[in-house]
Design a binder for this molecule. Structure first.
Ligand code: ADP
Ligand code: ASP
Ligand code: MG
Length: 420
């Protein structure tokens, strides 16, 4: 017998009929004697609609009330799944984040999970009851208010529950049957990865592969939670239930790198569309200038990602180009405007028509030439690179948005990732 956490995303619970399908997956595990905690997302499209209502109500709004509104999506799904489970004879109870409680930081809209008190849920599971838990939310410490975890946050709720319940596995059911070498909706030749290391998954998620929320991977890595990505659209009865000590090789297993026997140099390609490029023209090339530009941005909690500095022909001035999240562009421009006197620049240009394409693989640690291949291939396609950043296991380039798909497809072929 095993404790199993099963998470179902928006498309998997999009209708009551699909919730019935989810209930059959849960029943399979219960019938095999497993103790099951289920984490659910809002029905597909609901969170977007709720966010839309909030913005319509007021562009500038209280983050606590944003959370009060958007947290409701998951509450609906949890209640519905508990009802459907009960109707097929599976004892079940729904739980909202605050009832467990899942304790979070006070950062409304992007709160972090600080602690999960799993005692009551564990007791219920041992009594044979399924716990259906709202993803995406917990309770913050100051005002005892609901706080949400940021978009895609139900993945993180699931991993946190798996930690708290010391689960055998955290199964993330979604609308694809695993993690692919790149988004299968963009590249039909993408291949499913039977296993992917925590490190690579972390890079893929943070560089734009939204199949798992970045924080969920961080949490899984720190606590060594065995996490699988599976499709909820496979017939529930055609899948084997989880057995303690044996993890069946289906979907994608996110695990330690030494569990992966056949390591590729490049495992995946990610792309992020929510980037914006800012160029500050003609700032003095002298010590302290970067601090004067990036200090105020940091003070405003704006994350700067890629940075490029160019020397202008007179040798005394430089242009500074950097990227921020597209949603932060208006604030970034505001901050730079206020700091104009102090920085001393000629002009600021910006564009959100850019994408970041990243090539990821732990094999890069021991293989030279991966970046050179990438640059050559992009240049042969006539794609201009606007900025570059690298780490031990990834190379990212910023390019014009119009070339995004061409770049992803060609790199996918270049590194031998295409399915036969
Ligand atoms: P859910 O609603 O179940 O949380 P998401 O939409 O958040 O599902 O994540 C699943 C989607 O992630 C897939 O439909 C796919 O388009 C996208 N995706 C992006 N990159 C990848 C990748 N490398 N492998 C698999 N799916 C990916
Ligand atoms: N419903 C939330 C969202 O759409 C959380 C999630 O699905 O993980 O972002
Ligand atoms: Mg998701």
């Amino acid at each position: 017998m095993a404790v199993v956490v099963m998470k179902f995303g928006g498309t998997s619970v999009a209708t009551v009929d699909r919730i019935r399908n989810v209930a059959r997956h849960v029943k399979r595990e219960v019938d095999a004697g497993n103790r099951v905690a289920v984490v659910v997302s809002a029905m597909s499209g609901v969170t977007n609609q709720l966010v839309g209502y909030v913005r319509e109500a007021s562009v500038l709004h209280d983050a606590r009330e944003y959370d009060a509104v958007v947290a409701t999506g998951e509450q609906v799904t949890a209640g519905l799944l508990a009802i459907v489970l009960q109707s097929i004879g599976v004892p079940a109870r729904s739980w909202q984040g605050w009832q467990i409680p899942i304790k979070t930081s006070a950062a409304h809209g992007s709160a972090r999970i600080l602690d999960v008190l799993g005692g009551e849920i564990r007791k219920r599971l041992d009594q044979g009851e399924v716990a259906v838990i709202t993803g995406f939310q917990g309770i913050e410490p100051h005002g005892n208010r609901v706080a949400t975890l940021g978009r895609g946050g139900s993945d993180t709720s699931a991993v946190a529950m798996a930690v708290a319940l010391d689960a055998e596995v955290c199964d993330i059911y979604t609308d694809v049957d695993g993690v692919y070498t790149t988004d299968p909706r963009i590249v039909p030749k993408a291949k499913r990865l039977p296993k992917v290391s925590y490190e690579e998954m972390l890079e893929m998620a943070s560089l734009g592969s939204k199949v798992l929320q970045t924080r969920s991977v961080e949490l899984a890595m720190v606590h060594k939670v065995r996490t699988r990505v599976l499709s909820s659209f496979v017939a529930p009865e055609a899948m084997q239930p989880v057995r303690a000590g044996v993890l069946e090789d289906i979907g994608t297993i996110v695990c330690d790198e030494d569990e992966i026997v056949e390591q590729q140099v490049v495992s995946g390609i990610a792309y992020a569309k929510d980037e914006a490029k800012v160029t500050i023209l003609k700032v003095e090339d002298k010590p302290g200038i970067a601090a004067r530009i990036f200090g105020p941005l940091a003070d405003a909690s704006i994350n700067v990602d890629m940075i490029v500095q160019n020397i202008t022909p007179d040798g005394k001035h430089t242009d500074m180009t950097f990227t921020v999240q597209a949603s932060e562009l208006p604030r970034t421009l505001e901050v730079l405007k206020s700091a104009k006197q102090d920085i001393g620049y000629f002009d600021v240009k910006s564009s959100a028509d850019v994408v970041k394409i990243s090539v990821i693989g732990i094999g890069m640690r021991s293989h030279a030439g991966v970046a050179a291949m990438m640059f050559k291939s992009l240049s042969e396609k006539g794609i201009n690179i606007l900025a570059i950043s690298t780490s031990e296991i990834k190379i990212s380039v910023l390019i014009d948005a119009a070339y995004a798909e061409l770049a992803v497809r060609s790199l996918h072929t270049l590194y031998g990732l295409d399915a036969a």
